[in-house]
Design a protein around this ligand. Structure first.
Ligand SMILES: [Zn+2]
Length: 188
């Protein structure tokens, strides 16, 4: 077991990445509300890679934007995550339920159509084609270690998603984008 020592310099760098992540999330939300869904998608993905624990509204934004991009399964997974996390008290509860409903309907419709075209293996959810076999783990940012604040100082934990390698397979990364890779989110 190798303990990774994190200097204050690294801690500052992490703070900057977190701040950039939140800024990208906000810019993404603006783009989404303006109807620029592709731009929003890029900004949200950037934010997903930068943010440590994801703020709950990230799940709402990414889920809703996925609906606009016709990635219905992805939309359902993230919006469900948001509703589960925040319950009826969530700031975006009404909107989340509205888009969850729309995504469910659209997804069901497409499933029904797919049954009719059985030989056609078209999927509506775009699979992200990774540039290489492995992708930097967005949860631990490739460090392989998660740092949690504890009562007696920071607690270091091997990243449960990537292990110490800090890498995800392309398959796992797609599961992550789809909202299918379990992860902790922050409930503020
Ligand atoms: Zn990791």
């Amino acid at each position: 077991m190798v303990w990774v020592s994190i200097s204050s310099h690294d801690a500052t760098a992490q703070g900057i990445i977190q701040r950039d992540g939140l800024a990208n999330m906000d810019k993404g939300a603006e783009a989404m509300y303006d109807g620029n869904y592709q731009t929003a998608d890029l900004l949200f993905r950037e934010a997903l890679n930068q943010l440590g624990k994801l703020p709950s509204e990230m799940a709402y934004y990414f889920g809703r934007n996925s609906y606009h991009l016709k990635k219905y399964k992805q939309a359902i997974n993230w919006l469900t995550k948001y509703v589960q996390l925040k319950g009826t008290s969530g700031q975006y509860y009404d909107q989340a339920v509205l888009y969850l409903d729309r995504a469910n309907n659209a997804y069901r419709l497409i499933k029904e159509q797919q049954v009719q075209e059985t030989e056609n293996q078209l999927t509506t959810d775009g699979y992200y084609d990774c540039p290489s076999d492995y992708v930097m783990c967005p949860i631990c940012h490739g460090s392989g270690v998660l740092i949690k604040p504890g009562n007696f100082g920071s607690v270091y934990q091997t990243c449960p998603y990537s292990g110490l390698t800090g890498k995800l397979t392309c398959e796992q990364y797609n599961q992550y984008l789809m909202g299918e890779l379990g992860m902790e989110m922050r409930d503020e």
